[in-house]
Design a binder for this molecule. Structure first.
Ligand SMILES: Cc1cc2nc3c(=O)[nH]c(=O)nc-3n(C[C@H](O)[C@H](O)[C@H](O)COP(=O)(O)OP(=O)(O)OC[C@H]3O[C@@H](n4cnc5c(N)ncnc54)[C@H](O)[C@@H]3O)c2cc1C
Ligand code: HEM
Length: 403
């Protein structure tokens, strides 16, 4: 890329920033019309609620802003590429995205998009695409080399379904071929692909593995997503909740950059909101299986006692495990309810349990909705926790960037 082209890119960033979402809306509509088969690959729920579109817009802008030194984005790109790997995105698909993105810039920006500007963006896009294709090539190779692992989709049988609360069900998934399955790092997810009859499409979604590694099955725990009028119900979670034991789903191999770190001796502070408890359960079970268990404090918030999934198992675990301490916040606690010590009313407030969570060298893992993550992250900073020790995952496209 020439210096002149870099200047053109830098000069057009403000235009893209101003109209970023208009462009990406236009781009997605254009691409999915020409390639309707890609509707089976993209999350059509995120298309409808707009979240994936802003994720792509942010990534393109971040790249353009760092055009002089794209190396600084490698960390962020690995997060995107691990999701791409779990969705089986292939190098040739970058051409489809590139063609439609550049054509969309030309059509949306109009005459101001001169041939030089379009050429500069074409070079920039393919520079970014090449970096990502190479990262993903390595990821596919590494994944294929892992015992029990596989690239693409593999059929799994739902052998057991357990209701964990009024709205969460766990699914025990066994490979139909009876072969081995890959180990994973506690906190990672699998992509699950199901056929959604209302859309007449296959749809993928990510679900964190909610138990420690078991060589025979993967367990996921899914909240039935009920739309708040006028928004529709969640497509895949509702479809999964209608499944019976013996039904099958397709799975890609475990992936994800949010996971417990190897130096298991550091204390763990797990902070979850709602269904964000799933990766924490996996971390807890994995810690239990470690020879040297780390002191663990789990702070969890949800709407009420009846919606607190895995509540009883957690109480049993707490009695058994001397290194585990829990704090639970319920939005609503009725006057007649008594849930014992460490169960507090209202939203999660880390200041209310700060003596328990301020532990030397602890790693802090946050999982929950966007606003929950932002609030807990800020509380940890207020409590002087170092950013390097805070890890978080949002159950949607990577949009927040706090570290
Ligand atoms: C890494 C990761 C791990 C995850 N782990 C878990 C887990 O362990 N357990 C779990 O339950 N979930 C988990 N999720 C979330 C999960 O992937 C799904 O996003 C979730 O199940 C909802 O999917 P759905 O198909 O049911 O909803 P979708 O159909 O995708 O809808 C999502 C939301 O968009 C709204 N919406 C849809 N259409 C519109 C519209 N036209 N206008 C406005 N709003 C609209 C819906 O009302 C709903 O609230 C995880 C996500 C990620 C990224
Ligand atoms: C340079 C090109 C690309 C960039 C910058 C990019 C960027 C992104 C980003 C930022 C995300 C969100 C990551 C997350 O959810 O954590 C994402 C997800 C995704 N990308 Fe890409 N991507 C590119 C190319 C492609 C290609 C070629 C395809 C295949 C056609 C593709 C398909 C997807 C899908 C299916 C998702 C998940 C969507 C969702 O869950 O809503 N991407 N990408």
């Amino acid at each position: 890329m020439t210096n002149k082209q870099k200047e053109l890119i830098t000069a057009t960033v403000p235009i893209l920033r101003a109209g970023g979402e208009t462009l990406t809306n236009y781009f997605y509509a254009r691409m999915l019309k020409a390639h309707p088969e890609l509707k089976n690959t993209f999350n059509m729920g995120n298309q409808a609620n707009g979240r994936q579109k802003s994720a792509l817009a942010n990534a393109v802008l971040a790249y353009a802003e760092n055009i002089e030194n794209p190396g600084v984005l490698i960390g962020a790109l690995k997060g995107i590429s691990t999701k791409h790997r779990s969705l089986n995105i292939q190098p040739e698909q970058y051409k489809i995205v590139g063609n439609h993105l550049i054509a969309s810039i030309a059509e949306v920006v109009g005459e101001a998009a001169t041939p030089e500007i379009l050429e500069a963006w074409t070079v920039a896009y393919y520079q970014l695409a090449d970096i990502m294709i190479n990262i993903e090539k390595e990821m596919y190779a590494e994944n294929a080399a892992k015992p029990g692992s596989w690239n693409g989709w593999r059929k799994f049988v739902i052998k057991k379904i357990v209701s964990e609360s009024d709205e969460v069900k766990s699914f025990y998934l066994y490979p139909e071929d009876g072969g081995a399955i890959a180990n994973f790092l506690a906190g990672q997810y699998v992509s699950v692909q199901v056929f959604v009859p209302e859309l007449q499409l296959l749809q993928p979604r990510q679900y964190s593995l909610s138990s420690g590694f078991n060589p025979e099955y993967y367990r996921i725990s899914v909240k039935r997503e009920t739309g708040i009028v006028p928004n529709p119900n969640g497509m895949v979670s509702q479809t999964l909740h209608t499944k019976s034991e013996g039904d099958t789903v397709m799975l890609s191999a475990p992936a994800g950059i949010f996971h417990m770190h190897k130096e298991a001796k550091s204390p763990l502070v797990l902070i979850s909101g709602g269904v964000g408890f799933t990766p924490m359960l996996s971390m807890l079970e994995t810690n239990k299986a470690n020879i040297e268990n780390s002191k663990t404090v789990w702070v969890h918030g949800c709407r009420s006692h009846s919606l607190h999934a895995f509540r009883e198992q957690l109480t049993t675990l707490k009695e058994e495990l001397h290194w585990l301490e829990t704090y639970t916040f319920y939005d609503t606690i009725h006057a007649h309810e008594n849930h014992g010590d460490n169960v507090l009313p209202g939203r999660v407030d880390l200041h209310k349990c700060k003596d328990a969570i301020l532990l030397n060298d602890a790693n802090y893992y946050i999982c929950g909705p966007e606003l929950f993550i932002k609030a807990q992250y800020q509380s940890l900073l207020n409590l002087n926790i170092n950013k390097d020790n805070i890890f978080y995952e949002e159950f949607g496209p990577q949009i927040i960037n706090l570290n």
